[in-house]
Design a binder for this molecule. Structure first.
Ligand SMILES: [Zn+2]
Ligand SMILES: [Zn+2]
Length: 268
């Protein structure tokens, strides 16, 4: 079951507070936590606390704010060093709540995933990298960091691009949005498939990209159909039984998947 975890982070200063430069350092710290998947959501409010500041954030798993996981990222490490140089003590993390949640995917706790799937749902907050075995979300800080960016810059960027394409699709049902979601050569698919290759290189595991179909009832005119053959290699890709109850079309050669069942209805 998915647990929703909320923590309060307090950063206290030894010397006098100086709002502008203090907040700059704290924003940088929060930004690096977000870009590495330690915290979820996109807007964070920082409030004053005695001799410092505090902010409340939700995290994917219990270890998200552990020193070990934070220091594994070179960007978070640098942001923590900058805070220390600015006169701050080590941030203190306190649990606020941990309760079952019906929204979104849960988080993968497999000892090792045998493969991954790049897949998200509109407005989902969790990481778009799913474990191929349990189909739960894999916190981005659990993946080896990208040697180029050192953080999950591309995964988070792709997720935002997906959300904006989906918004166009939902509001206008445009051909453009359909093509972006279902054509393996669209710019959204190309950037997603590039990320899949990158994660494959970092983990040594296969990573599938999902050509995401909406409105499977077929009522939406102009909906681009994904056919019975893989749109990339033209090989057969129909499964006898949908993978995770959702993906009835899978091409192992091209590492592409497509949903034949609406993921929302499959989750209920
Ligand atoms: Zn898993
Ligand atoms: Zn194929």
């Amino acid at each position: 079951m998915k647990m929703s975890r909320t923590v309060e982070v307090t950063v206290k200063k030894k010397g006098r507070l100086s709002a502008e430069s203090d907040l700059e350092l704290i924003d940088r710290y929060i930004g690096t936590l977000y870009m590495n998947g330690h915290i979820l959501g996109q807007s964070f409010v920082v409030a004053r606390a005695p001799r410092g500041y505090r902010f409340i954030v939700s995290t994917p798993l219990k270890d998200a704010m552990s020193a070990r996981c934070q220091l594994a990222s070179r960007h978070v490490k640098r942001a923590l060093q900058a805070l220390a140089e600015g006169g701050f003590n080590k941030p203190k993390v306190a649990n606020v709540s941990c309760r079952p949640s019906a929204e979104g995917a849960g988080f993968c706790s497999c000892a090792e995933s045998s493969y991954f799937i790049l897949f998200t749902l509109p407005t989902a907050e969790e990481s778009p990298v799913r474990c191929g075995d349990c189909f739960q979300s894999v916190p981005l800080y659990h993946l080896p960091p990208s040697p180029i960016f050192g953080e999950a810059y591309e995964e988070i960027g792709w997720k935002r691009e997906f959300d904006s394409v989906d918004r166009i699709h939902t509001c206008h049902g445009t051909r453009f949005a359909n093509r972006q979601l279902t054509d393996p050569e669209s710019s959204l698919s190309q950037s997603g498939r590039g990320i899949c290759l990158d994660i494959e290189l970092r983990t040594g595991k296969a990573v599938y990209y999902v050509l995401y179909r909406q409105n499977l009832s077929g009522r939406n005119e102009g909906l681009v159909k994904v056919g019975d053959r893989c749109p990339s290699c033209n090989g057969k890709w129909k499964m006898k039984k949908p993978v995770h109850g959702v993906f009835g079309l899978v091409c192992k050669k091209c590492k592409l998947m497509s949903n034949t069942i609406d993921p929302y209805s499959a989750r209920q």
